[in-house]
Design a protein around this ligand. Structure first.
Ligand code: C5P
Length: 254
């Protein structure tokens, strides 16, 4: 199925090896979507898959987080949807590759660190439930679809933003494992946290993301689910690349 007004990208011709040829002029660049709940490892895995493919990468959650951060800077009430919609339109988000590290500028200020805080995540999740905000961010996300291809990570990449993606993956892990990973991440940074508090937050965020009326978190009908519980990063990347290869896409680096 093609996204609103967009040409389907699965029209690429098969070559003699059964692999798909790169998109020709006028064809949309191919997309791999990687969706899943918070802490499923989407960010790390998607970046590595994008690297292996030699493709662009979209961290869609960073856009929602950026609006959350800008709302905080502007003292905007998270219970005021009209003000949050205005804030979405007013917020300029830029992604910069700083020697292999992705930096995010919000209205010209480097907010990379602030974006990753629990406060920004909670604000993003509240803001993401507003349909007009999602609509306002739709085209901004689709603009990342550029040759040679895009790996997009989020919650609704395969269902709403890129329904015509060539390969769709849904990453999961048990809530306990996701809380444990977040605990380790924060402890490694010297932040003191409480594991059961993190688990409660993760379950609350999952419920909010899965139960919202617009673009709820769920796998696309044609997505392949990869459960990452107990798996290491390399193993997960390997499984995602297997899905990608099965879809006829060829990693640049083996
Ligand atoms: O992926 P990340 O944890 O950075 O996303 C932050 C929040 O933004 C999520 O909890 C979710 O509510 C929202 N989000 C979304 N749709 C996306 C990406 C993120 O609703 N495509």
């Amino acid at each position: 199925m093609a996204a609103d007004g967009e040409a389907p990208d699965n029209a690429a011709m098969d070559n003699e090896n059964g692999n798909h040829a790169p998109p020709g002029p006028g064809q949309a660049a191919p997309v791999i979507t990687i969706d899943g709940p918070s802490g499923s490892g989407k960010g790390t895995i998607s970046r590595l898959v994008a690297e292996r493919m030699g493709w662009h990468y979209l961290d869609s959650g960073a856009l929602y987080r950026a609006v959350g951060v800008a709302a905080g800077w502007g003292d905007i009430d998270l219970a005021d949807p009209a003000a949050l919609v205005r804030c979405t339109f007013d917020t300029v988000v830029e992604f910069r590759d700083d020697g292999g590290e992705l930096r995010v500028l919000v209205n010209g200020t480097d907010a990379t660190g602030e974006l990753r805080t629990e406060t920004a995540g909670a604000a993003a999740s509240a803001i993401a439930a507003i349909p007009e905000v999602r609509e306002a961010l739709k085209e901004r996300q689709r603009a990342f679809r550029q040759a040679p291809g895009l790996v997009a990570d989020g919650r609704d990449m395969g269902t709403v933003i890129f329904p015509d993606a060539r390969a769709k993956v849904f990453l999961t892990a048990s809530a306990e494992e996701r809380a444990g990973r977040r605990y380790k991440q924060l402890s490694d940074k010297g932040v003191s946290v409480n594991l059961s508090g993190l688990l409660r937050e993760i379950l609350a965020r999952d419920a909010r993301d899965a139960n919202r009326a617009v673009a709820p978190l769920r796998p696309a009908a044609d997505a392949v689910t990869v459960d990452t519980t107990g798996l290491g990063i390399d193993e997960v990347v390997g499984r995602v690349l297997a899905v990608v290869t099965q879809a006829g896409l060829v990693p640049e680096q083996q």
